[in-house]
Design a binder for this molecule. Structure first.
Ligand code: SF4
Ligand code: SF4
Ligand code: SF4
Length: 189
């Protein structure tokens, strides 16, 4: 009997394509039951301005979309006293909400400020890579909604996937490599 190959979910981000339309933020909040109207202080994904380049009138503002990096060496998992934060076999960092005692150690440990206390559930939360959608064969909501296709999501263990092809043919970087977290988000450069 053949065993199914283990998946390794990653996201490849092309920040040059981002126009800061915030559709990914809205789609994420809608998909994950967050209040887009009043719940302004918590985000699973966000866009940071990286400044303006060029000479007038040929100016371009650069943006950097971000979210939980689904680190392969995740400090948030290491500090969790109840194992509420854990890694899945296919490369995700997940939270078992029932085990979360809201000690906030993971919020302090995350170098990317990816975690927050949910105003709705009162426990710690963050981007899940939309694991519920992946399980149904769908793309994460932020990937699906982006009009300029900034994010590409897929299985890095599949040599024919677009993420594998991009990482084999393009230059890329990860955020805060000095932290040694081994992120699953790769930024094309
Ligand atoms: S939806 Fe795409 S283009 Fe719009 S802000 Fe998000 S990443 Fe940028
Ligand atoms: S980005 Fe932060 S919350 Fe996400 S896996 Fe890494 S350390 Fe944990
Ligand atoms: S993968 Fe899902 S939870 Fe994560 S930022 Fe995208 S839409 Fe939000």
């Amino acid at each position: 009997m053949s065993q199914e190959r283990k998946k390794r979910w990653v996201m490849v981000v092309d920040p040059d394509k981002c126009i800061d339309c915030k559709a990914c933020d809205v789609a994420c909040k809608r998909e994950n039951g967050m209040d887009a109207g009043t719940d302004q202080q918590v985000y699973r994904n966000w866009i940071t301005s990286k400044g303006v380049e060029g000479t007038y009138p040929y100016l371009k503002e650069r943006f950097e979309p971000s979210q939980c990096q689904h680190c392969q060496n995740p400090p948030c998992v290491k500090v969790c006293p109840t194992s509420a934060s854990y890694q899945t076999e296919d490369g995700l960092v997940a939270i078992d909400y029932k085990r979360c005692i809201v000690c906030a150690s993971c919020i302090l440990a995350c170098p990317y400020d990816a975690r927050y206390k949910s105003p709705q559930t009162k426990v710690i939360d963050k981007c899940t890579f939309c694991a519920h959608r992946i399980a149904e064969g769908k793309l994460p909501a932020c990937v699906d909604t982006c009009p300029t296709k900034v994010r590409v999501f897929g299985d890095l263990n599949d040599p024919n996937s677009e993420v594998a092809r991009l990482l084999a043919t393009r230059h890329y970087r990860v955020l805060k490599p000095e932290q040694g977290t081994k992120p699953s988000l790769f930024y094309l450069s």
